[in-house]
Design a protein around this ligand. Structure first.
Ligand code: NAP
Length: 309
């Protein structure tokens, strides 16, 4: 198949390119930066395209698009998130009319104000979000569905693995001397998504077949404390896990965010309600639809080799 991958210079998009090239697809890789190391995209042809600016000029005909590009952070002006995540998605759709559109969304489209307990796909999007990231990704999902394109929307949660720019670095950043600071009871269950499992879902979704919205996670949820213990062991860090009560921690994060806004700070505060909220309470997703309709066969959560990149 001829497949275009956006966000190819990033963590997920790079892994998708490498997997598609390895199975023999003709891959056209797109990212915002001028160039990438060829091995990052499995040797695929790479082209720079800022998709917030408009559709791709002289776009080639492709069978499928895996749309991984996005502004992926928990802090920043709402306008910037919408320019990349919503307008950028519209531009990607317009660039490849007639192609099957695999849209990498996120579990951040579920209601951030309450625990997510083995949530099924119909429970999102909602109407309230903590930041521009969740709101813009929800708007992008609506735009994909409204476009009438043959589409598959994938919703991973907390993607980790070799090259991870978010979850594993965040856990490491929470180590303070002999302690790893976390929030909640530690016994809350969390669905995580290895980049390998997400890539498997992207590859399955490219093939002509089912359309719709699918949660994508590891085989089973994990208990947060067990996951943190495994991450520390894999990294060789000796730190005791210390849990702060969620209510006061979220209050503190709200104050930190307010002070940052007042000061006009560009950098994210150390604590945000969004980041805390992802691990402070149960965040689990039902993946029955992906298993039964896409043929998704996820591996269990494992951090072995996650730092090998
Ligand atoms: N990582 C997670 O935990 C996680 C969880 C759930 C869902 N997701 C979703 O997975 C997708 C990929 O995330 P990731 O973790 O791979 O993020 P990432 O490593 O930050 O990669 C983001 C990609 O988007 C590209 N991009 C950003 N703005 C762009 C623009 N204006 N024009 C063109 N390309 C642009 C970046 O290009 P440059 O780097 O060249 O600027 C990069 O290739 C996102 O849609 C995200 O919402 C991620």
């Amino acid at each position: 198949m001829r497949i275009a991958v956006t966000g190819a210079s990033g963590f997920v998009g790079g892994a998708v390119c490498r997997a598609l090239v390895a199975r023999g697809d003709r891959v056209l890789a797109y990212g915002r930066r001028a160039a990438v190391r060829p091995e990052h995209v499995g040797g695929a042809r790479y082209r720079s395209w800022d998709l917030a600016r408009g559709p791709l000029e002289s776009a080639p005909a492709v069978d499928a698009v895996v749309h991984c590009a996005g502004s992926v952070t928990d802090w920043g002006p709402v306008k910037g998130f919408f320019a990349v995540n919503l307008d950028g998605t519209r531009h990607a759709l317009a660039s490849f009319p007639g192609a099957r559109f695999v849209h990498v969304s996120t579990a951040s489209v579920y209601d951030p104000y309450r625990p997510t307990v083995m949530a099924c796909e119909h429970l999102a999007p909602v109407t309230r979000y903590l930041n521009g990231y969740g709101a813009s990704k929800a708007a992008a999902e609506r735009a994909v569905l409204k476009s009438g394109a043959e589409s598959v929307i994938l919703r991973p949660h907390a993607v980790y693995g070799p090259g991870d720019t978010t979850l594993l670095p965040r856990v490491e950043a929470s180590v303070r001397g002999p302690w790893l600071l976390a929030v909640g009871s530690g016994r809350q269950r969390i669905s995580l998504t290895s980049v390998g499992n997400l890539v498997q879902a992207c590859v399955l979704a490219c093939a002509p077949g089912p359309t719709g919205v699918f949660n994508v996670t590891d085989a089973e949820p994990v208990v947060l404390d067990d996951a943190l213990a495994l991450i520390l062991a894999e990294r060789g860090i000796q730190a005791e896990r210390v849990y702060l009560p969620a209510g006061p921690a979220l209050g503190l994060a709200a104050v930190a965010e307010g002070l940052h806004l007042l000061a006009g700070a560009r950098r994210a505060p150390r604590l945000t309600r969004y980041a805390l909220g992802h691990l402070a309470v149960e965040r689990t997703l039902d993946i029955t639809a992906a298993r039964t309709r896409l043929g998704f066969r996820p591996e269990p959560t494992s951090f072995a080799g996650a730092y090998s990149w």
